[in-house]
Design a protein around this ligand. Structure first.
Ligand SMILES: *Cc1c(COP(=O)(O)O)cnc(C)c1O
Length: 448
C-alpha cells in the first residue's frame, strides 16, 4: 500500500463545527489549572496573528498575557513559522545522545552570548519545570561527584518553579501544592522582600530577608546544595518584584557560603525585564540559569539549563557514575531549536530592542492614571511587565473570575492572578494596541 497523500489525510477528518469541538473537548480533554466544576466552556481558538487570537465565532482577543508568557513576536509569526517548516522538511528529530545538529549547536552558542561570564554550557530539556529540575539535580550531583553530601535547598517565599516534584519542592511556599505534600522534599524557605513603586519599607524588608538567609546558611553550613530564586520578579505568585541590589546581596552571601546560585529565568528571560536576561540587568553571575517560555517565541515547548564551565567539568571523568544520567526523549528537538534561533534573531534586531524600551515607557505613562483609582495599590513595572493589586478575594476567587470575564467580553485576554492584574504583552504589540489595552483596563477598574 502506498502512503496516503496530504489531501487524503486531510479529507479523512472533515472540519469540525465549533460545537462539535466543544463536545469532544467536554468529553475527553482535561484542562490545566482549571476547576471544571465552575469554569465556563473554553473558547475554541481558530487562528492567531500578531497580538490577536481569533475564536470560532470570529471574535478577536488581544493577547496581552502572551498566552501564559511564552509569545514574544506575535502569534503565527511568519519568520518563525517558515523556520520551523524548513527544519521539519529537513530533519524533524534525532536522538541527542551520540548525535548533535546545527540548530542545537547554534542555539546554545546564540543564547550563551547574552549571558554573563562563563555561563557557557547548555543542557536541553522540555519546558520550564524540567529546566529547573535539571539545575536542582546537577547542583546535587556536582557536590556528590566531589565527595560532598549536600542536600539542602534554599528557596524564597512565594517562589514558583514549575510542577514536577523537585521544582514543586523548591516552590512549595507558593501555596498551590498542598495535594502533594508527601511528594516534596524539605526546603529552607526565606522571606522575599516584595516591593513596588514608592515603597518606603523596601530596605527594612530586604534586611529581614537577608538576616533570615544568613541564619539558614549558617545553620546548614557545608550542607547547602543551592539557593534558587526568580530574579527581579516572582511571576506566578503575582508579578511580585524585588530590587537588583537584593539579588546582588544574595549572590555575595552565596559566594561566602561557597554554595551555588540557581536563577529561574523561565519567565524573566528573553527580554521580559527590558534586558535580554534579568541576571545581566541585575549585574549578577549565577551558577545556573533556567530558561524556557520565550525561548522558542511561543512556538514549541523547550527548556534550557545553562551552567558554568567548572560545573560541567565536575561531571567529566572516565566513570559513567559521574555523568549526568538524565535526558528526555525529545532533547534538543530540531524544530524547537529552529524556532528558538529564529526567535532569537528577531529579538536581537534593533527594532525589537527599541520596542522593549517603548513598551516600558508606555506602561510608565499609563500605569499612574490607573494607580490613582480607588482600590488600586502596589503599582509596579519591570521592563515589559506592568502590574498592580486590587481589592479582591484571592487566587481562584469569584472576583478574579468575574474580572477575567469582563475583560474577555471587551476583547482583552487578561488572566488576573488572584487580586493582581498585569500586562505582559508580546513585543510586536503596537503603541495603539497597548493604549487600547490600558484604556480598557482603566475603564473596567474605574467601575469596580
Ligand atoms: C512557568 C514557570 C515555570 C514552569 O515552566 P513550565 O514550562 O510551565 O513547566 C518555572 N519557573 C518559572 C519562573 C515560571 O514562570
Amino acid at each position: 500500500m502506498s502512503n496516503p497523500s496530504h489531501d487524503e489525510v486531510l479529507a479523512h477528518d472533515e472540519v469540525l463545527a465549533h460545537d462539535e469541538v466543544l463536545a469532544l473537548d467536554a468529553r475527553h480533554v482535561w484542562h490545566p489549572f482549571t476547576q471544571a466544576g465552575v469554569a465556563p466552556p473554553p473558547l475554541v481558538a481558530t487562528g492567531g496573528k500578531g497580538v490577536t487570537i481569533t475564536d470560532a465565532d470570529g471574535r478577536d482577543y488581544m493577547d496581552v498575557c502572551s498566552s501564559w508568557w511564552v509569545n514574544l513576536h506575535g502569534h503565527a509569526n511568519p519568520v518563525i513559522a517558515q523556520a520551523v517548516a524548513d527544519q521539519a522538511a529537513r530533519l524533524e528529530q534525532v536522538i541527542f545522545a551520540d548525535f548533535t545538529h546545527e540548530p542545537a549547536a547554534r542555539l546554545a552558542a546564540g543564547v550563551v552570548r547574552h549571558l554573563p561570564g562563563d555561563l557557557d554550557r547548555v543542557f536541553f530539556s522540555d519546558d520550564g519545570s524540567t529546566a529547573v529540575e535539571v539545575a536542582l539535580k546537577m547542583a546535587r550531583q556536582f557536590w556528590t561527584n566531589q565527595g560532598q553530601d549536600r542536600r539542602v535547598y534554599v528557596g524564597f517565599h512565594g517562589g514558583y518553579h514549575g510542577d514536577t516534584a523537585g521544582s514543586m519542592s523548591v516552590g512549595r511556599s507558593c501555596g498551590i501544592f498542598n495535594a502533594w505534600e508527601n511528594m516534596m522534599f524539605p526546603v529552607e524557605v526565606v522571606p522575599y522582600p516584595v516591593t513596588w513603586d514608592d515603597d518606603p519599607e523596601v530596605e527594612a524588608k530586604e534586611q529581614r530577608a537577608l538576616l533570615a538567609l544568613d541564619e539558614v546558611l549558617e545553620k546548614n553550613a557545608g550542607k547547602v546544595a543551592a539557593v534558587i530564586i526568580e530574579p527581579l520578579i516572582q511571576g506566578a505568585s503575582g508579578m511580585r518584584m524585588c530590587r537588583p541590589q537584593f539579588l546582588r546581596a544574595i549572590e555575595a552571601r552565596v559566594r561566602e557560603a561557597k554554595t551555588l546560585l540557581i536563577l529561574d529565568e523561565v519567565m524573566t528571560g528573553f527580554g521580559r525585564t527590558g534586558n535580554m536576561f534579568a541576571c545581566a540587568k541585575s549585574g549578577i553571575h549565577p551558577d545556573f540559569v533556567c530558561l524556557s517560555k520565550g525561548l522558542t517565541g511561543g512556538f514549541l515547548p523547550m527548556g534550557l539549563t545553562v551552567t558554568r564551565e567548572y560545573i560541567y567539568e565536575a561531571f567529566v571523568a572516565p566513570d559513567i557514575a559521574k555523568a549526568f544520567l538524565h535526558g528526555h526523549s525529545y532533547t534538543a528537538n530540531p524544530l524547537g531549536c529552529a524556532a528558538g534561533l529564529a526567535s532569537l534573531a528577531l529579538l536581537e534586531a534593533p527594532e525589537c530592542q527599541q520596542r522593549l524600551k517603548d513598551i516600558e515607557a508606555l506602561h510608565r505613562s499609563r500605569l499612574p492614571g490607573v494607580a490613582r483609582r480607588p482600590g488600586v495599590s502596589k503599582a509596579r513595572i519591570c521592563g515589559t511587565i506592568a502590574a498592580f493589586d486590587l481589592k479582591g478575594d484571592g487566587y481562584g476567587g469569584e472576583s478574579s473570575r468575574r474580572l477575567k470575564e469582563t475583560f474577555m467580553a471587551k476583547g482583552l485576554l487578561m488572566r488576573p492572578m488572584g487580586d493582581v492584574l498585569y500586562l505582559l504583552p508580546p513585543y510586536c504589540i503596537t503603541d495603539m494596541e497597548l493604549h487600547r489595552a490600558w484604556d480598557i483596563i482603566d475603564s473596567v477598574v474605574s467601575k469596580l
